[in-house]
Design a protein around this ligand. Structure first.
Ligand code: ADP
Ligand code: MG
Length: 401
C-alpha cells in the first residue's frame, strides 16, 4: 500500500482509532460523534438496538461507506484522506468482511469465491485458497456452488474469503444472524480461533452469549457510544441504566444499602396491601429521622440502581420485586417488625419511638441475632401493629399467636 501515506505515529499505535466520527445521511445523523480506539488483537463485540449505527460504523471502517466528518484511522491509514482508487486497495488489503447475508457469487464455486478475493488483492493462488477452506472445515466442499451449501457452510466460505489476504482487521456484521444454533457455534468457534491467532475482530452481534466471549463489548445507542466495557469494566451489565452517571461501576455505599432496604420495605408493604408499587409514590427517605441517612435522594436514582442490581424490575412506572429483591425485602421487613416487637414488648418503648428505633435496627441485625431475638420473643407472628412477621428459619412450627 505504498500509495497510502501513513498516519502520524501517535495515532498509528492502535489498530483502529476513531475520533469524533459523524455520519450524516441527508438530514439523518446515523453516527453523532463516536470516538473509540481498538487495540491490535482485540475482539470487540458491537451491540445496540436496530438503527443505532452499527452497520454504518462497520461499513465506514471497511471503506464501504464514507464519513461526513471526524477521523477514522485503521492500521495507520487515515480513511478520510483516501482517493477512490486508494479506497479500493484499502478494502482489498486491510480488511476482511463477513456479512449476515453471505454475499457469495452464486455462479462461482467455494474455491473460486475465495480466489476472487485473491484476484482483487493481487494474484490468485489455488493451493492457498484450498488451505483457507480446509481451515474452516470445507476441504470436501471446494467445488460446490453456494446453492449446494448450507447456510453455515456458506458463511464459512465467506470467512475463508475474508481471511485469504491476511487482513489487519476482520469486520463481521451479524455473522451468525442467519444461522441455526449448530452452525452459529461452529462459526463462533472459528472466530475464537482467529482471535487466539491474534486477529483484530470487530463483530456486530445481538447475542449476549457471543458478546461475552469477546474481549470487549461496545454498545451504540442513537448513533452514540452508549457504553464500553473498556471504560466500565468487564463485569458491567449490558445496557446498564447507570452508564455515564456517577453511580456507574462505583461500589454501593452503606447509605445506598440503607436506601435499598427502605424502598424494598415499601414495595413489600404495597404487595401485602394488594396495591401496585408506583415508582412516583416511593420515597428513598422517610420523614425526618425515619431513615438514618442524612442526604435526601430522589427515589428514581435509587430505583434505577436497584434495577441494575436485579433487585427490582420496572414497567410503566410500576416497581416489582425480583426473586432476589423479594427475598431481601422479606428479610428486612422481618427484622423491622421483630425489632418493633422487641422495643414495644420488652422495653415498653412507645409506638413511634419503637418504629424509629426499628428503622435503624433493621439494617444492623445479623441473621444470627435476628433468630435469637425471634426465639427470645417466642417466634411472634405479627408486629405490634398487627402486620405479619415473615417466619425465619428458627420458626418451624414454633410460632405463637
Ligand atoms: P444498525 O446496523 O445499528 O441497525 P444502521 O447503521 O444500519 O443501524 O443505521 C443507522 C441509521 O442510519 C438508521 O436510522 C438507518 O435508517 C440510517 N441509514 C443507514 N444507511 C442509510 C443510507 N444508506 N441512507 C439513509 N439512511 C441510512
Ligand atoms: Mg445493521
Amino acid at each position: 500500500m505504498s500509495s497510502i501515506a501513513p498516519a502520524p505515529p501517535l495515532i498509528a499505535a492502535k489498530q483502529v482509532v476513531i475520533e469524533n466520527l459523524i455520519k450524516q445521511y441527508g438530514t439523518l445523523r446515523a453516527l453523532g460523534g463516536v470516538s473509540l480506539a481498538v487495540n491490535t488483537g482485540e475482539w470487540v463485540a458491537l451491540m445496540g438496538p436496530s438503527g443505532s449505527g452499527k452497520t454504518t460504523l462497520i461499513n465506514i471502517l471497511g471503506g464501504l461507506d464514507t464519513l461526513t466528518s471526524g477521523h477514522v484511522v485503521v492500521d495507520g491509514v487515515d480513511l478520510s484522506k483516501l482517493s477512490e482508487s486508494q479506497m479500493v486497495r484499502y478494502r482489498a488489503e486491510k480488511v476482511g468482511f463477513v456479512f449476515q447475508q453471505f454475499h457469495l457469487v452464486p455462479y462461482l464455486t467455494a474455491l473460486e469465491n475465495v480466489m476472487l478475493a485473491q484476484y482483487f488483492h493481487s494474484v490468485t493462488d489455488e493451493t492457498q485458497a484450498e488451505e483457507a477452506l480446509q481451515r474452516v472445515g470445507l476441504g470436501e466442499r471446494l467445488t460446490h456452488l453456494p446453492a449446494q451449501l448450507s447456510g453455515g457452510e456458506q458463511q464459512r466460505v465467506a470467512i475463508a474469503r475474508a481471511l485469504i489476504n491476511q487482513p489487519k482487521i476482520i469486520l463481521a456484521d451479524e455473522p451468525t444472524g442467519n444461522l441455526d444454533e449448530a452452525n452459529e457455534t461452529m462459526v463462533i468457534q472459528i472466530f475464537r480461533e482467529l482471535h487466539n491467532a491474534g486477529h483484530t475482530i470487530l463483530m456486530v452481534t445481538h447475542d449476549p452469549d457471543i458478546a461475552r466471549q469477546a474481549d470487549r463489548r461496545i454498545e451504540l445507542a442513537h448513533g452514540h457510544l452508549h457504553f464500553d466495557t473498556a471504560q466500565h469494566g468487564p463485569g458491567h451489565p449490558l445496557a446498564c441504566p447507570l452508564a455515564d452517571t456517577r453511580d456507574c461501576c462505583t461500589p454501593i455505599s452503606t447509605d445506598d444499602e440503607i436506601r435499598f432496604d427502605h424502598l424494598l420495605e415499601q414495595i413489600w408493604t404495597c404487595g401485602e396491601e394488594g396495591k401496585p408499587a408506583q415508582a412516583e409514590r416511593l420515597h428513598a427517605t422517610g420523614p425526618s429521622g425515619r431513615l438514618p441517612v442524612v442526604t435526601d435522594e430522589p427515589a428514581a436514582r435509587v430505583l434505577s440502581r436497584m434495577s441494575d442490581l436485579r433487585l427490582v424490575e420496572m414497567q410503566n412506572g410500576e416497581v416489582q420485586l425480583t426473586l432476589m429483591g423479594s427475598q431481601r425485602a422479606r428479610d428486612v421487613v422481618r427484622r423491622h417488625r421483630l425489632a418493633e416487637r422487641l422495643f414495644k414488648d420488652t422495653f415498653s418503648i412507645d409506638d413511634s419511638e419503637a418504629h424509629t428505633q426499628a428503622c435503624k435496627f433493621e439494617h444492623i441485625i445479623s441473621p444470627e441475632l435476628d433468630q435469637r431475638i425471634c426465639t427470645f420473643l417466642g417466634h411472634p407472628k405479627t408486629c405490634p401493629h398487627g402486620n405479619p412477621i415473615p417466619p425465619g428459619e428458627c420458626c418451624n412450627g414454633k410460632s405463637k399467636g
